[in-house]
Structures are given as C-alpha cells and as structure tokens.
Design a binder for this molecule. Sequence first.
Ligand SMILES: [Mg+2]
Length: 411
Amino acid sequence: MRITGIKTFLMQAQFPPEEAYATAHRVDAAKGQSGRSGTRNWLFLKIYTDAGITGVGECSGWPRVVERAVQDLTPLLVGEDPTHIERLWQKCFSAMMAHGMTGVVGAGALSGIDMALWDIKGKALGTPVWNLLGGKVRDRIRIYGHASTPEVAVSLRDRGITAIKTGGVADIVAKVEAIRRAVGDEVDLMVDLHGPPWMTAKDAIVVGKRLEAYDLLFYEDPVAPENIEALERIQEHVEIPIAAGERFATIWGMRALIERELVDVIQPDTGRAGGLTQMRKIAAMAEAHHITVAPHSGSLGPVAEYAALHLLAAIPNALILERLEDDWAGRYEVITPVPKTVEGHIAVPDTPGLGIDIVEEADARYPSTGNLSVAGGPSTGAYAPGTFEEQVYFQTRFGRRSTFSGKRTDG
Ligand SMILES: [Mg+2]
C-alpha cells in the first residue's frame, strides 16, 4: 500500500450568536466583552492510498497556516507505505528542522497526518486504533463540560455531565462558589485561568488559595505555561492539582512540565501535540511521574476529539476528556457518526481505524474567512488601549481589592 495524495479541508467553525454567548457567560456584548467571534477554524485532512483506503485527521495549532504546512509536507509522503507511522513522523519532523521543530504549526501539521496514518493502519488491519495502541483499559471515556453560570452548570449536571469547568480571572472565586452551591458536591469542578501572560505567580497563588475550599479536580494554566518558575511556586503553595500543557507540542515541549512535576495533569491538544504518536509517548512520560492525562479540546473540532477517545481508551493514566458539546450545531454536521454522551461518558468506538469520517459537503458550507482575533469591531478580542480588552490585560494588577474579593463587576 502506498500514499497517493493528501487533501485538506479548512472550514470556519462558528461560535453561537453574540447574544446567546453573552447570556450564557454573564458578559455584555454591547460593551464588547465576549472577546469571541467567528475566528475559529477547523482543519481536517484526508490521506489517500492506492489500496482505496483513506485516513482522516485534524490539525490545530493555527489552522490556516498549518494547511500550508501540510501541503509542503505532502511530497515527502506520496509514494510511502502509510503503515510505517513512526518512520514517516521522523521523516517529516526532520524535514522541518530549519523551520524550528517544536512549534505548534509544524506539530499541528504532523498531528493531522499522524492521526490519518493511524486511521489507515487500523482500517487496513480491520481493527480500532485503540487496539493498535495496546488494547482497551476502559470501555468509555468520562468527559467534562463548560459553564460560566450556575444555570448552565445545573443544566449540564441534569444531562448527566459529572465534571464541569469554568474560567476567567476577575470574579473566579465568586463564580466557583455559586456553581458549587448550585450543582452540589457530587460534581467535579475545574478552573481554567487560561494562562494569561500577565498573571503573576503571586496572584495565581492568591486565587488558588481561595479556590482550595471548593475541592477542584484541577487548577488549569494559572499562569502562562512558559512561566516555568511561576508554576513551580504555585505547585508548592496551592493545594489543588495543577493542569497545563495545551499550548505546547511534542515530548520536548512537555518535558519540563512532566520531569519537574510542575503539573499533576498534562493536557496535550490532540490536534497540535504531534499526533497520537506523540500523545502516547507524552502519556508514558507522565505515567512515570504519576501524572494523569486530560487532552485539551477547547478550540478543536470533532475529528481530533474522536481520536482522543482511542488514546484515552488505551492508556492507564487517562483522567478525563474536554468536550464542547453545545458550542455550535455545525459540530454535528461535519462528521459521521456523531458521538453520543451517555451518563457523562462517550463509548469507545469499536469500528476499524478511528471509526469516523468527515462530511465533505458540510465542511464546504463554512469556508474560512479569518483565523485571528485582530482589529475590527469591539467583539473581536482586539487589544485596544482604553477598552475592556486592555483592562483585561491588567485586571489583577489594578483594583486588586475588588478583583480578589469577587466584587469586581466588569469581568
Ligand atoms: Mg485551557
């Protein structure tokens, strides 16, 4: 069997209308406080073979840029035997040497390619990818949802979701308290500060100490993940498991977090960590340090989410999978079959390969129009002096009294 070509499918994955988002997240769209807009892209790819078998994959990182990287790598793969996954991974990785090897653009391209190669191999052998990764440790994967208000959290709980994450900085302690009170003690809660570059170790410790009372499953990206020394201080001072890793790629990107035990939960992004080939190695490195794995899916589409099910089925230290179920109805148009959540879990697929395909006509209905939150209207998330967006950048440095007492109302 030989690879004959690769085709990419870039699409604009939309968010809900501003009003719906604002209602769910207690922000004022009129003031431009959502910071979310139609800037999310999903990039799927298909690898074709002369045996008639195709494999699907998904790349994140920076999808419009990654698409070009996939096109650049394609000549290296055409004519190759797709079953020699590790060799092809190393061939592509070496070819990127002059472009910097550990960044998320190159690793994003490799993620989709690698995912599709595992899919082809599974289909060729008539077995699911989890079987190629060592077999099943579990039959279903626990997922978590997102909520910024007690109302949304209660609706998730009532649908059987048993773990809920909330995020932000300014009013986070009050938000967690309200959600905990609403959902009770049986639901696991997590907090994501989204690793802003301005967050200091001191502030993250102040927030973390106040969050200890709510018995969180983890405290995610309390500072920028590159701020290794700050993470070390937070790990020493805050008695909540620390999670990070979504913005890094490959075993080398994750190495410091794992080897120095700066995290209790590692969060590789299935679309940009370097593919299942890297994810399983990252999981093994983590296992050696008693660190669990909770793949990031925040900006991902459903193909990578699906691939993560196979990894989490096969590794002992799988903690939980992030899942955006309600972000956009289009999520369910672009793939088949659609995974179903039952009792807060998704069943591990039993069909050969990844067990999922993209619906090409659906992808084509949403052409990419942009991929960055840059200048534009107030809701683009632009950094503009004198606006809410600028204020966000300094939110814990100004107005500390109201920020940490939970009385701040503008964030
Ligand atoms: Mg995050």
